[in-house]
Design a protein around this ligand. Sequence first.
Ligand SMILES: [Zn+2]
Length: 479
Amino acid sequence: MPIRLHNSLTRSLTELTPRTPNRVTMYHCGPTVYSSPHIGNFRSFLFADVLRRFIEDQGFQVTQVMNVTDVGHLTLDDIEGGEDKMEVASRKAGKTAWQIAKLYEDEFHDCQRQVFVRTPHHMPRATEFIAQMGTIIDDLLQKGVAYQTNGNVYFEVAKFPQYGKLSGKVLDELESGARVAVNDEKKDPRDFALWKTDSLHQMQWEAPFRGGARGFPGWHIECSAMSMHYLGPQIDIHTGGEDNMFPHHECEIAQTEAHTGLPFVGIWMHARHLLVDGTKMSKRLGNFFTVGDILAKGYSGLELRYTLIRVQYRQTLNFTLKGLDEARAAIGRVQQARQRLVRVGGGQERAGDDDLTAAVATAQAVFTAAMQDDLNVSEALAAVFEFVNVVNKASMSVVGAKNGLVAFARFEDVLACFGGEPKGDATSEAPAELVALLAQRKACKQAKDWAGADRIRDQVAAAGWKIVDAQGGARLEKA
Ligand SMILES: [Zn+2]
């Protein structure tokens, strides 16, 4: 069975057939680093992470790029109005825009680690790709699909008749839209900025294209330049939140395809927004949570991750604190079942004769089919919990226990929301008696038996291994 993903461009399920066999290129619109990342942002980033993990699980080699927007994202980006978000944050905090960018980029990376995101292969900053943006702008000016007025450069939407093909917004509808900003400089209110001049803007550069003025880039051109730099003119998958579809992705398509003459993206994917307690998350309603807010309430990154990925990405997710409590209980059930497998596998619990072959095969097959079906994480989780029920009741053999651990390791490798050791971790290759010692040590620590825990650490060391304490739980590594 192939992986089938919902393509926002064709509004249909599309089989993933990468341009280069067995290699998948993915670009994700990353954070704008002007404030602490909120859980809505992270629903989208975690969707991208699960997507990558599953595609890798299916044997593809993935190259993943997620940008950091640190300049040019306006407060009213849908109508090209307002001020650069970095400038606003800078003024409020009494720091420079560069300091703000560094502060929140660091926090973003920290949040990614807290919720076990596999680090993308490239995480470029927009401010470091000004020259590449200039190359595209220069070409668009030469081709006559962009024009310059008072130093500002605009993309001329009328020159790209396919504009609107992603979002379905037709030109007339856009033209008559009441929210289109009044800007006398533009030939057409729908034209969007590629380069802007503003003598007060803190982040500015000499024009990276011929005949231009000092200024800073528009938000959309950043993603075109960075994806092209790392992944070439055509990419397999591009993701973002549903709010990115228009105008951001629509503009990315226009300027990239006008520049290269080639279809830009194979499959466009958009994660839906989440609701909090049944309504849109907003600071005004007091239901606004950053990742840090949730961790400060005593929930773990694992629990947050579970909560944010458990509903398929195109479905509405209603985030509640009760949902985090349910996540804690669900993770606990999986870990208990795993621990039983560790005990039977390590001889601490009497073994039976079920080798779990049939149950493992069923669980794996149902899990895979669910994920192949447009990343249906809820169905995949149902397969995991069905397997948990089997493990809890089974009278399994030592081999059965080890088979069961292999299945759990794979589920963890793809979803990374249960804790324990993912596939490929050295722990899965460690002798069973050491794996059992690891479980015993955890019990010691829970019982605050520090001497016992230290003794086990020494025993493991004597066998040539070491225990590494990590956020997902302790693991074994060869010393
Ligand atoms: Zn983008």
